[in-house]
Write a protein that binds this ligand. Structure first.
Ligand SMILES: Nc1ncnc2c1ncn2[C@@H]1O[C@H](COP(=O)(O)OP(=O)(O)OP(=O)(O)O)[C@@H](O)[C@H]1O
Length: 318
């Protein structure tokens, strides 16, 4: 079954096109990471899905409900963590959760939910006006979980959370997913969604530029992976310029650091170096997630390690 079906969605704010014909499908039970740089249109998409905005054109359904004509019915079945959650200053944490339950017309055990999101017991009966950003975010998450929703829509859920809070959030998403809940969450950090998402969609300028598992995204574009080779002594005039797929080479002490596009290029580099020097160690790493995201989101070329200005490394012909 399909949890979210978006078909040619456009949203204009005056002359500005925020969504430019977005097509996207999220299957029931999936954890879908909705990635994009600032201003890509992630929050606009979420606000449209929740019926808070009307599309300029196109259509979408959430749990089978049309987002324009059936938004009230669908909101009862989903849990939402909005981008800018701002608690009622005078209401306590417990009162917030009870209020969220009243809105959905469901029974709730506030203590169990507040405990689950890691809000410490001493904060449960304090007015939320004095909460830190991280506490506010945990409270928002507790409210989103009210009524055991079939679909969780989380807009930048880790903002304001410290590393421990982010790890707990990942655990919570995994638990919800194991229970069969569909999770759709937005972020602009690929490493954050990579740990929990089945699939990732990358939104740029209001349209998807890539979609798939992290491995599919890696296979779908040319990214540069670091390969370092430590040798007994780096020979002078080492020239790798004729090798395909070698983006850059730098030397620091006895280590050659290269950026290469594929496994074939790695092997060629190692062979060439092996002919002229004694190899002591080889370290090969996958392309960084940041590089992968940049590649899709900004079409940016990768940072070249030979650009060091302090003179500690030198560029070799590549
Ligand atoms: N109410 C509005 N009126 C006018 N323009 C808007 C409005 N809301 C959003 N925009 C513009 O629409 C575009 C998409 O914004 P949106 O907030 O959806 O992006 P986003 O991907 O969620 O960004 P961020 O990661 O910064 O939250 C941006 O150019 C933004 O300035």
């Amino acid at each position: 079954m399909t949890a979210i079906e978006i078909d040619g969605l456009h949203k204009n704010y005056g002359d500005l096109t925020a969504l430019d014909g977005l097509d996207l499908t999220v299957e029931s039970g999936e954890v879908y990471g909705f990635l994009g740089p600032n201003g890509a249109g992630k929050s606009t998409t979420i606000n449209l899905l929740l019926g808070f905005l009307d599309p300029s054109s196109g259509s979408a359904t959430v749990l089978g409900h049309d987002i324009v004509t059936e938004s009230q019915a669908l909101r009862r079945r989903i849990g939402v963590l909005p981008e800018a959650f701002s608690p009622y200053e005078r209401l306590t944490a417990r009162e917030h959760v009870r209020y969220a339950a009243d809105l959905k017309d469901v029974q709730v055990d506030p203590d169990a939910l507040l405990d689950r999101v890691g809000l410490t017991r001493d904060a449960w009966d304090r007015p939320a006006g004095g909460f830190s950003t991280g506490m506010e975010q945990r409270l928002a998450l507790a409210c989103a979980l009210v009524g055991d929703p079939e679909l969780l829509i989380l807009d930048e859920p880790s903002s304001g959370l410290d590393p421990r809070g982010m790890a707990e959030l990942r655990d919570l998403i995994r638990e919800e997913s194991a229970d069969g809940t569909t999770v759709f969450f937005s972020s602009h950090i690929l490493s954050e969604v990579e740990a929990v998402c089945d699939r990732i969609g990358i939104l740029v300028d209001g349209a998807l530029v890539a979609e798939g598992t992290i491995d599919e995204l890696r296979d779908g574009t040319e990214t540069h992976s670091p390969l370092s080779i430590r040798v007994d002594e780096v020979p002078e005039n080492l020239d790798l310029s004729d090798l395909d797929g070698v983006a850059s080479v730098t030397v620091e002490d006895n280590t050659l650091s290269t950026l290469v596009t594929d496994a074939g290029a790695k092997i060629e580099v190692i062979r060439r170096v092996d002919q002229v020097a004694e190899i002591r160690d080889v370290i090969s790493e996958p392309a960084s997630l940041e590089a992968l995201f940049d590649r899709y989101a900004n079409g940016e070329s990768l940072t070249r390690t030979g650009d060091d200005s302090d003179g500690s490394s030198a560029e070799v012909t590549a």
